[in-house]
Design a protein around this ligand. Sequence first.
Ligand code: DX5
Ligand code: ZN
Length: 224
Amino acid sequence: MIGPDIVIAPSILAADFANLAAEARAVEGAADWLHVDVMDNHFVPNLTIGPAVVASLRAATEIPFDCHLMIEDPKRWAPAYAELGAYNVTFHAEACADPVALARDLRAAGSKAGLALDRDTPVEPYLELLPHFDTLLIMTIKAGFGGQRFIPELLDKVRLARRHAKAGHLELRIEVDGGIADDTIAAAAEAGADAFVAGTAVYGADDPAEACRKLRALAAAAAR
Ligand code: DX5
Ligand code: ZN
C-alpha cells in the first residue's frame, strides 16, 4: 500500500464553517487527510461548500484534501477539485453513468480517484471497476448529514471489497464514512477498511488532534 497504513480523515462537516482554516490546522500533524464534504442540495438534501471555498481552504493548510462529492453530475464538476489541488476526489456511483471514464479524467487532472457507494447501493456490480480506482468509500450511514448512528451491517460491503482487492492484488484504499468513533472504528478496521472519516468524533471532541491520535491507535490495534 502506498502511503500510511492507516488514514485518519477528519470531516469538516462537523467543524466550524466560519473558521475552516483554523479547524484544518487544528488537526495538522495528527490527521492524514482532511475530508471535505461537498453537498449540492440535490444529490443529498444538505448543502455545504463548492470549489471556490475549497480552493481558498486548500491554500490555508498543508493537509492533503479528500474531497467527497455528494453531488449530481460529478462528470461536470469533479475535475475542478483535482485541478485545485485535492489529493483524492471521490464521487458517488449513484450519480455517474460512466465511473471509469470519470476516474480517468480525475487522474489526468492530477488527483487520486475515489468511488463512493451510499447506504443502499450494493458493492457487487462495482467490483470489476476497482482496478480503475485508488479509493473505495463505503458509506456506513445514509449520505447527507453528520452525527448519524453507524450501521454495522454495511461492513459486509467492506469485507467483500477487501477480499476482492486482495485476490486481485489491487492497491485500494477502503474508506468508511459515517458514525466512525472510538466504539466503532475497530469493527471497521477488522472488516478491512484502512481509511477512516470522522466528523463528530473529531470536531466534537475538546482536543481534535488528540481524538485523531486515539482513533488511529484503536484502528491500528484492530487491524493487526
Ligand atoms: C455525511 C458525510 C460524512 C459526515 C460524517 O454524508 O459524508 O463525512 O461528515 O460525520 P460523522 O462522523 O459525524 O458521522
Ligand atoms: Zn463524507
